[in-house]
Ligand binder design. Structure first.
Ligand SMILES: *[C@@H]1O[C@H](CO)[C@@H](O)[C@H](O)[C@H]1NC(C)=O
Ligand SMILES: *[C@@H]1O[C@H](CO)[C@@H](O)[C@H](O)[C@H]1NC(C)=O
Ligand SMILES: *[C@@H]1O[C@H](CO)[C@@H](O)[C@H](O)[C@H]1NC(C)=O
Ligand SMILES: *[C@@H]1O[C@H](CO)[C@@H](O)[C@H](O)[C@H]1NC(C)=O
Ligand SMILES: *[C@@H]1O[C@H](CO)[C@@H](O)[C@H](O)[C@H]1NC(C)=O
Ligand SMILES: *[C@@H]1O[C@H](CO)[C@@H](O)[C@H](O)[C@H]1NC(C)=O
Ligand SMILES: *[C@@H]1O[C@H](CO)[C@@H](O)[C@H](O)[C@H]1NC(C)=O
Length: 721
C-alpha cells in the first residue's frame, strides 16, 4: 500500500506541471525521467488477427495493437498494421503496411521480445516526449503505405470509412537515419505537439528505403526492426488497480488480473474512458452505466471521477450531458473549422439518453452511500475547469441545470399522455442513444429504452435527491418528480408493444430463418408473441419499429415499477425472449442478440440488422450484464417488504427464474469474450463466436469499460425454478 500511495503522489506532481501548459500556453510540456517507484503494468491479450499489448507505468500508459491477416481473413478489412493508442488526448499512431510484392495476404507481422529486456514493449526514457519501443518482424518485404500520426478519432475514421481528412495528412516529416532506420513525424494542428514514429533495422535487416512518390512511403526488408512511437502531450494520472477498487474488492486484483488491469488502464483521476483502442476517452453514457453496474466494487475516487467528469462537461446553455469529449488534434481541427484558433476541448451533445443517467448516478452515490453523503458538500462546491464555457460554475449549479432540463422535457407527457409528448431524437440527428449507428433504431425516432426506463428512473432520482436536500431552489421536486415518474413508468410501455398472432409469428420466423440459413425453432412458438419494439416512428412496419431487443434490461435494472398487472406481463415476455432460441427469441449459444428483426416481415429492412451490423444480430457484453443485474433486482424484490404479485404466481416466478439461470448459463459459456465490446457469429451446427472486426470494418474493442462490469455483477442464488 505504501508503495502505491507514493506512486500516486509522484504522478500528481509530475502532471500538475504538464497540465499548466496543456491549453492555451502553446508550449510543449516536459516529462520526468525518474524511475517509477512501483513495477510497470503489462498485459498481453491475443485476439486473432490482432495482438494487443498494454503497458502502463507512473509516466504514461499505452495500448499497442499488431494486426496480421490470417489465411481466412477478409483482406479488404484486415490489413497488416501497427497501431499505438494513448489515453492522453485520445492520441495515437497508425502504420498501415502492405506486402511489397503487391500480393495481399502474403505479409505477416508480429512483435518480438526485446533481446535486451525480454519485454515486448519498453518505455522511452526521454524528457521531451513519452512513448514506447518494441521490435516488429515482417515475414516478407513490406511497405508502410499509410501513416496517421495524431488523433485516435482520425485513425478510427480511417479504419471505418476508409479515409481520413487530408487536414491530418499534411506536414509529415520523413527522415532517413544514419543507422539505416527512418523517422516519420507530424506536428499537430496546434503547432506544438509532435508525434514521432521511428523504425531501425535489427539483426542485419536491410536499411529502410524512402520512396518519394506522390505520397511518400517506406520500404522494409524481410526481418526485424526496432520501432518507437512517441509524442509530447500532457499525460493523465492513472488510477492503479487498488485505487480504482474498494478495499473489500481488492481480492479481485489477483483473481481477475486481466479485467482489473484493463479497468485500471481505462481509469484516471479525472475521468474513466469507454474502451480501447477505438473509444479511448470520456463517454458519458458508458462511464455512468459502468459505474452503476460496478458501484459495489468501485472506490470513492473512481465513482467521483465518473460523476465529476460528467458535471465538468454539462452544457451550461441547456443542461445537456456531454456524450463524447473531443480533445487533442481532433479538437483543434474542429475548432479551426469554426474559425477558432484553439486546442480547447469540445463536447458532443447529440445524445438524448445520457442526461437521465446523471441524477441516477448522483442519487445512488451521494444519497445512497455513507461516503457519498460525507463527500457531497465539498464535491458539489467544486468549480468546473475543463470546458472554458463552464468557467465560474460549480458542480451543484451544473447538476441543477441537467435536472431542470429533465423536469422541463418530462412535463408535457406527465400532463397529457400523448405519443407526441414522448422524448424523441434531436431534429436532424439519426442517433441519440446507445444504438448509435445509423441503422441502430431502424429509422425510429422515439426510442424505447429512453422513454420507458431512463426518463422515469431519472425523475425518481431527482425526487430522491430533492428529499435529501439537493436543489433547494426547487423544493416542489420532492413530490412533483415522483408524480411525473409514476406516469412515465405506467403509461409509456403501451406505445411500444407489438403482438404478433401465433400463426403469423411462425411464418415470419420461418421465412427469416431460411433467409439466414439457420434453424427456425418455430416449434417453440406456443402462443402469440408479444415484445416491445426498438422505437416509434420508423420508416417501416407501422407505428413501432418491429425489432425484438434486449432493451427490457433498462426497466428491470433502473425501476421498481408498481402496476402489478403490467409488471407481471412485462417480466413474463422478457423471460420468454431469453428462454426461446433465436430467431423466435433472443438467445443463442453466443449470448443474447441485442436485436432480432425476424418479426418485421421485410427482408430488406432485416438486412440492416445483420450479424455484421454494430447493433444488429450481435451480442453486446454490457447488455448481458445489465439484463443479469436487472432480473436479479426484480427477483430480489420477492424477499423485500413489499412483495410484487409476480413473486406469488408460482408458474410465472419459476419462468423468470429459469430465464435468469438460462441467461447466466449463456454468460458463463461466453466468459472468453465477455470483456470485449461486442461480438458476432457464424452458424456451423450451432452459433460460433466470430469477432465483428473480421466481417466488417467496425472492430470491437478488445476491452470496453462496461464489459468489465462482470467484476461486480454475478449470478445470485434465488433457488431453482
Ligand atoms: C532515464 O535516464 C536517466 C538519465 O538520462 C536516468 O537517470 C534515469 O534513471 C532513467 N530512468 C529510467 C526509468 O530508466
Ligand atoms: C507470412 O505470413 C503470411 C500470413 O500469415 C503467410 O500467408 C505467408 O505465407 C508468410 N510468408 C512467408 C514468406 O513466410
Ligand atoms: C515473449 O516473452 C514472453 C514471456 O516472457 C513469451 O511468453 C512469448 O512467447 C515471447 N514472445 C516471442 C514472440 O518470443
Ligand atoms: C520532423 O521531421 C523533419 C524532417 O526530418 C525535421 O526537419 C523536423 O525538425 C522534425 N520536427 C520535429 C518537431 O521533430
Ligand atoms: C396497470 O396496467 C394495465 C395495462 O398493463 C392497465 O390496464 C391498468 O389500468 C393499470 N392499473 C393501474 C392501477 O394503473
Ligand atoms: C421494407 O424495408 C425497406 C427499408 O429497408 C423499405 O424501404 C420498404 O418500404 C419496406 N417495405 C415494406 C413493405 O414495408
Ligand atoms: C428496488 O427495490 C429494492 C428492494 O425491494 C431496492 O433494494 C432497490 O434499491 C430498489 N431499486 C430502485 C431503483 O428503486
Amino acid at each position: 500500500m505504501a508503495v502505491l500511495a507514493l506512486l500516486v503522489t509522484v504522478i500528481l506532481i509530475a502532471t500538475a506541471v504538464a497540465r499548466n501548459t496543456a491549453s492555451e500556453a502553446r508550449q510543449a510540456p516536459s516529462f520526468s525521467v525518474y524511475s517509477c517507484p512501483g513495477p510497470a503494468s503489462r498485459l498481453y491479450l491475443p485476439d486473432s488477427p490482432h495482438d494487443n499489448y498494454f503497458y502502463s507505468d507512473c509516466h504514461s500508459s499505452v495500448h499497442v495493437v499488431v494486426t496480421s491477416p490470417r489465411l481466412d481473413s477478409d483482406l479488404k478489412i484486415v490489413k497488416p498494421r501497427l497501431l499505438v493508442a494513448w489515453p492522453a488526448g485520445n492520441s495515437g499512431a497508425l502504420a498501415l503496411f502492405a506486402p511489397e510484392t503487391g500480393q495481399e495476404g502474403t505479409l505477416g507481422v508480429r512483435l518480438e521480445n526485446s533481446t535486451d529486456s525480454g519485454n515486448s514493449l519498453d518505455p522511452l526514457n526521454e524528457s521531451t516526449r513519452v512513448g514506447v519501443s518494441g521490435a516488429i518482424n515482417f515475414n516478407d518485404t513490406a511497405r508502410l503505405t499509410v501513416p496517421i500520426l495524431g488523433s485516435i478519432r482520425a485513425i478510427r475514421d480511417f479504419t471505418e470509412g476508409g479515409n481520413t481528412n487530408q487536414d491530418f495528412q499534411g506536414n509529415f516529416g520523413f527522415r532517413l537515419n544514419a543507422d539505416g532506420g527512418a523517422t516519420i513525424n507530424r506536428t499537430w494542428l496546434d503547432g506544438v505537439t509532435t508525434t514521432w514514429l521511428t523504425f531501425t533495422p535489427l539483426n542485419g535487416a536491410q536499411a529502410v528505403v524512402l520512396n518519394r512518390g506522390a505520397t511518400w512511403t517506406l520500404s522494409f526488408g524481410s526481418g526485424t526492426y526496432g520501432f518507437d512511437a512517441s509524442f509530447n502531450y500532457p499525460q493523465l494520472d492513472q488510477l492503479g488497480p487498488s485505487d480504482v477498487l474498494t478495499k473489500d474488492a481488492s481480492g479481485l486484483i489477483s483473481q481477475n488480473p486481466d479485467q482489473t488491469t484493463s479497468l485500471s488502464f481505462l481509469s484516471y483521476t479525472d475521468k474513466l474512458l469507454a474502451g480501447t483502442w477505438r473509444f479511448l476517452t470520456y463517454f458519458g453514457r458508458d462511464s455512468m452505466i459502468s459505474m452503476l453496474l460496478m458501484q459495489p466494487i468501485l472506490s470513492e475516487d473512481a465513482i467521483e471521477a465518473v460523476i465529476g467528469a460528467v458535471l465538468e462537461r454539462v452544457n451550461r446553455a441547456d443542461g445537456t450531458v456531454c456524450h463524447e469529449e473531443i480533445l487533442g488534434d481532433y479538437a483543434t481541427w474542429l475548432n479551426r473549422k469554426e474559425g477558432i484558433t484553439s486546442s480547447k476541448p469540445r463536447c458532443d451533445y447529440k445524445m438524448i439518453d445520457t442526461d437521465f443517467l446523471l441524477p441516477i448516478a448522483m442519487e445512488r452515490y451521494f444519497v445512497g452511500t455513507q461516503p457519498g453523503k460525507q463527500h457531497s458538500k465539498a464535491f458539489f462546491a467544486k468549480t468546473a475547469t475543463f470546458l472554458a464555457e463552464n468557467d465560474g460554475f460549480n458542480y451543484m449549479q451544473l447538476a441543477e441545470l441537467t435536472s431542470e432540463k429533465i423536469m422541463r422535457i418530462a412535463t408535457p407527457f406527465a400532463k397529457s399522455q400523448a405519443k407526441e409528448n414522448l422524448i424523441h431524437l434531436k431534429d436532424g440527428e439519426q442517433v441519440g442513444e446507445w444504438r448509435d449507428s445509423n441503422q441502430g433504431l431502424g429509422g425510429g425516432r422515439t426510442p424505447y429504452n429512453v422513454n420507458t426506463a431512463l426518463v422515469p428512473a431519472g425523475l425518481r432520482a431527482i425526487a430522491a435527491l430533492s428529499r435529501a436536500g439537493f436543489f433547494t431552489d426547487h423544493s416542489d421536486w420532492a413530490v412533483l418528480a415522483d408524480s411525473y415518474a409514476q406516469i412515465w413508468e405506467d403509461e409509456t410501455l403501451r406505445f411500444f408493444q407489438i403482438t404478433v398472432p401465433q400463426s403469423k409469428a411462425k411464418s415470419l420466423v420461418q421465412s427469416y430463418a431460411s433467409s439466414l440459413s439457420v434453424p427456425s425453432n418455430t416449434g417453440s412458438i406456443d402462443a402469440d408473441v408479444t415484445y416491445y419494439g426498438l422505437a416509434l416512428d420508423g420508416a417501416v412496419g407501422g407505428p413501432v419499429v418491429p425489432v425484438m431487443n434486449t432493451d427490457d434490461c433498462f426497466r428491470h435494472f433502473f425501476l421498481n415499477t408498481t402496476n402489478q398487472t403490467q409488471l407481471s406481463a412485462y417480466l413474463g415476455q422478457t423471460a420468454d425472449h431469453i428462454l426461446k432460441p433465436f430467431p423466435v427469441g433472443l438467445s443463442s449459444d453466443v449470448g443474447l442478440f441485442v436485436a432480432n428483426p425476424a418479426y418485421s416481415g421485410n427482408t430488406s429492412f432485416a438486412t440492416g440488422f445483420s450479424h455484421g451490423d454494430y447493433h444488429g444480430t450481435v451480442v453486446w457484453s454490457w447488455q448481458l450484464a445489465m439484463m443479469g443485474a436487472g432480473l436479479s433486482r426484480q427477483l430480489g424484490r420477492c424477499t423485500s417488504d413489499d412483495v410484487p404479485d409476480f413473486c406469488k404466481d408460482t408458474t410465472l416466478h419459476s419462468k423468470i427464474l429459469s430465464a435468469y439461470n438460462r441467461l447466466w448459463d449463456l454468460i458463463e459459456a461466453n466468459r472468453a469474450q465477455l470483456s470485449h465490446e461486442v461480438w458476432s457469429w457464424r452458424y456451423d451446427n450451432g452459433y460460433k463466436v466470430v469477432q465483428l472486426g473480421e466481417i466488417t470494418s467496425t472492430e470491437s474493442n478488445v476491452r470496453q469499460l462496461w464489459s468489465l462490469t462482470f467484476l461486480a455483477v454475478h449470478r445470485e442464488d434465488f433457488g431453482s425454478s
